[in-house]
Design a protein around this ligand. Structure first.
Ligand code: 13P
Length: 243
């Protein structure tokens, strides 16, 4: 059985005043997250403060890491630095990094490898654009992205996130049936031994109103939540949805 994992991705949002999210989460889920595992990926600037403040049931993650361990890379943050702060996860290849920073599959793969070497669990993101979906190429595009960005690793040592680009921050969500079909295709595209044990999260306008239906699908093992994770009450409602 794969445990359901709910991850909040704050993207480039959050100031020190927003650390009170931690107490709001405890108030919203006083008995903890139930059977689900939970992680938060705040901006780098808040990781240390959250590490000192979050309840034990919320793990931390970075939103990106460098391919290198250290050195002359101004502005970059390495996987060992994230591990040093107590992170358990790091997102690799989010579509916003692929688009804004030109990160190709080979770079994403190197980032996932760097994460694994540092003892972190990469959350490897894939997803198609609207044009790719409308032209009927979604499955081919997404499985090709997965194959080209997947590092060699032990089964169960990474997490995949399917995030259709057209559903991110748009309020438009993939239907549960379409998301399930893509998750099934991704699971089949994973190398031998990985399919049964790899958690595949869905991301793209997940909110309290649609979380239960998405999470009920056989191959959807959790959610990567952007906008709705900024509000503790909404994120808590997603964690609780359908349990
Ligand atoms: P939204 O939930 O805001 O659509 O963002 C999804 C996402 O990109 C999470 O990584």
């Amino acid at each position: 059985m794969r445990q359901t994992l709910i991850v909040g991705n704050w993207k480039m949002n959050g100031l020190t005043a927003d650390l009170a999210w931690s107490e709001a989460m405890i108030a919203a889920l006083p008995d903890g997250p139930g059977v689900r595992a939970v992680a938060l990926c705040p901006p780098f600037t808040l990781i240390s403060s959250f590490a000192a403040r979050l309840p034990g049931w919320i793990s931390l993650g970075g939103q990106d890491c460098a391919t290198a361990v250290s050195g002359a890379h101004t502005g970059d943050v390495s996987a060992p630095m994230l591990a040093d702060l107590g992170c358990r996860y790091v997102i690799a290849g989010h579509s916003e990094r692929r688009a804004d920073h030109g990160e190709a599959d080979a770079v994403v793969r190197s980032k996932a490898e760097a994460a694994l070497k540092a003892g972190l669990t990469p959350i490897l993101c894939v997803g198609e654009t609207l044009e790719e979906r409308e032209s009927g190429a979604a499955e081919a595009v997404v499985t090709a992205q997965l194959e080209a960005s997947l590092p060699e690793c032990e089964p169960g040592s990474l997490v995949i996130a399917y995030e259709p680009v057209w559903a991110i921050g748009t309020g438009r969500t993939a239907s549960a049936a379409d998301a399930q079909a893509m998750h099934r295709a991704l699971r089949s595209a994973l190398p031998g031994g990985h399919g049964d044990v790899t958690a595949i999260l869905y991301g793209g306008s997940v909110k309290p109103a649609n979380a239960a239906e998405l999470l009920a699908q056989d191959d959807i093992d959790g959610a990567l939540v952007g906008g709705a994770s900024l509000k503790a009450e909404d994120f808590a409602a997603i964690i609780a949805a359908g349990q």
